[in-house]
Write a protein that binds this ligand. Structure first.
Ligand SMILES: Cc1cc2nc3c(=O)[nH]c(=O)nc-3n(C[C@H](O)[C@H](O)[C@H](O)COP(=O)(O)OP(=O)(O)OC[C@H]3O[C@@H](n4cnc5c(N)ncnc54)[C@H](O)[C@@H]3O)c2cc1C
Length: 467
């Protein structure tokens, strides 16, 4: 039997993963990617699954970290993106970070070589033609304006938009290693690390105070009226953090804990800037947590105030980006289809998840759901106790607004254990565990439950939709 193809718009993380999952079920997939004909503000290449900013997939700890758990769920579900991330890992302590070039190239080649996937280059500049009966829209936070306008028109609502900021990247050979040193926080080795995966730059109190003063005085990108939108709390620019209080950075990306300066072991740094390897060669390092919207002209001068970075050369400076996402709880059904036009299913960051791993996970689910539909099988969603199910439920259900009982609100979110249904954890007899230990016990229990439930979901036999 020849099956009609599923069309996927957007060859990013979500779209590539969705196409891969569809092809695994023996169904043809046509992946439409607008680059290189037309590009976005952030993409630099024509590769599929290009990582536009950090090269980190965040923690790979599947026992006590929700994103590490999501990694494991993706691996068990046969994710192409995770397979390639594992194959192109660079040292990053407890985090999973990748060589961005090798990673995207491998995905582009693997997808192009799949006999069931056709990659078509070119923008889909409006709603898909009527004869595309099954479509996944995975065009990401930088969806082309023409398609965004068409979706906005169809849904009859304002597409929400806000801005995130990205962190600078520095050439390694311009970092002064007589001042900086290699060490992972608490010497954590992690899955692919050495315990010496980060470069640390120490600041004493006067240096920190001068740095904060410079940030506060630094000239920022001037917003146009249409840009006046709130930031995503998990990705605040450093100067915005500095404006919240002089100590905020010291308790955030510049915290000095778990590190000892071998050049001056008896003196505790007052603050530390960390840099993480950005490419397999180890020639580039990104400034961890240093997203910024300072003007290009002032960024280099301010960052060169950091000890060890006095002569730093920047491969890329920080900047701003657009993020477009749907009011998904209102617009999408439980399997990510647009209520107003169910032939359209959405995936990736445009659904209002946040991050590379979450976008990949929603791409994987959308691909599996579309494939089941094409094969006339019942679409079964993952249990809410799994990381897949928790993030899907957030997208399609939103959460209750804190101070307005009964009202649901929706903001993009990374996966976190707060999205999981609570679990009862039995207390160890005779001894009261301290808070952090109790937290770890609870997270381990949530992860164990998630993986058992995920295995059950993955093993479900396909059921005929008509049954
Ligand atoms: C500047 C920037 C920095 C970010 N930094 C991070 C970070 O550090 N860590 C993190 O986890 N997440 C980050 N994000 C979020 C990140 O983009 C997403 O997590 C992830 O890339 C989303 O995957 P996606 O597949 O949904 O979208 P994308 O990866 O953006 O893929 C969408 C694809 O659709 C294509 N496309 C768009 N419109 C059309 C059209 N009309 N027709 C055909 N093709 C189209 C685009 O060219 C693109 O290839 C950042 C986002 C931006 C914009």
């Amino acid at each position: 039997m020849t099956l009609a193809p599923v069309h996927i718009i957007g060859g990013g993380l979500a779209g590539s993963e969705a196409a891969w999952q569809i092809a695994r079920r023996g169904i043809p997939a046509i992946l439409h990617e607008m680059r290189p004909d037309r590009t976005t503000e952030a993409h630099k290449t024509d590769r599929l699954a290009e990582l536009v900013c950090s090269n980190s997939f965040r923690s790979d700890d599947r026992e006590t970290n929700a994103v590490g758990l999501l990694h494991e769920e993706l691996r068990r579900a046969g994710s192409l993106i995770m397979q390639m991330a594992d194959a192109h890992q660079v040292p990053a302590g407890a985090a999973l970070a990748v060589d961005r070039e090798g990673f995207a190239e491998a995905i582009t080649e693997t997808v192009a070589a799949d006999p069931l996937i056709t990659v078509q280059r070119g923008e889909v500049a409006g709603l898909p033609p009527a004869d595309w009966d099954k479509v996944i829209v995975a065009t990401g936070p930088l969806t082309s304006p023409a398609l965004a306008a068409a979706i906005q028109h169809l849904t009859g609502t304002e597409a929400l938009a806000f801005f995130d900021a990205i962190a600078p990247i520095i050439h390694f050979d311009t970092i002064d290693m007589d001042i900086a040193w290699f060490q992972s926080r608490y010497d954590k080795v992690g899955p692919g690390g050495t315990g010496r995966d980060y470069i640390n730059c120490p600041l004493d109190k006067p240096q920190y105070e001068a740095f904060v003063d410079a940030l506060l005085a630094g000239e920022q990108h001037k917003h146009h009226d249409w840009e006046k939108v709130p930031y995503f709390e998990g990705c605040l620019p450093i100067e915005v953090m500095a404006r919240r209080g002089r100590e905020t950075l010291r308790h955030g990306p510049m915290k000095p804990v778990g590190l000892t300066n071998p050049h001056d072991p008896d003196r505790k740094p007052y603050a530390v800037v960390q840099l993480r390897q950005d490419n397999a060669l180890g020639t580039l390092y990104n400034m961890v947590g240093f997203q910024t919207e300072l003007r290009y002209g002032v960024q280099a001068d301010i960052f060169r105030m950091i000890p060890g970075l006095g002569e730093a050369q920047f491969a890329r400076l920080g900047g701003l980006h657009r993020n477009t996402f749907l009011d998904s709880p209102k617009l999408l059904d439980g399997t990510l289809r647009l209520k107003a036009d169910p032939r359209l299913r959405f995936a990736g960051q445009i659904t209002g998840c946040e991050g590379y791993v979450e976008s990949t996970a929603i791409g994987l689910l959308a691909g599996r759901f579309a494939a089941a539909e094409r094969l006339s099988e019942t679409v079964t969603i993952p249990p809410e106790t799994t990381a897949f199910g928790a993030i899907l439920a957030h997208i399609t259900g939103g959460h209750l607004a804190a101070n307005e009982p009964g009202r649901r609100s929706f903001q993009p979110m990374n996966v976190n254990f707060g999205l999981f249904p609570p679990i009862e954890v039995s207390k160890p007899a005779g001894r009261k565990l301290p808070g952090p230990e109790r937290g770890k016990v609870r997270k381990r229990a949530l992860s164990t439950r998630a993986l058992a439930d995920l295995d059950g979901w993955l093993a479900l036999p396909a059921a005929d939709a008509a049954e």
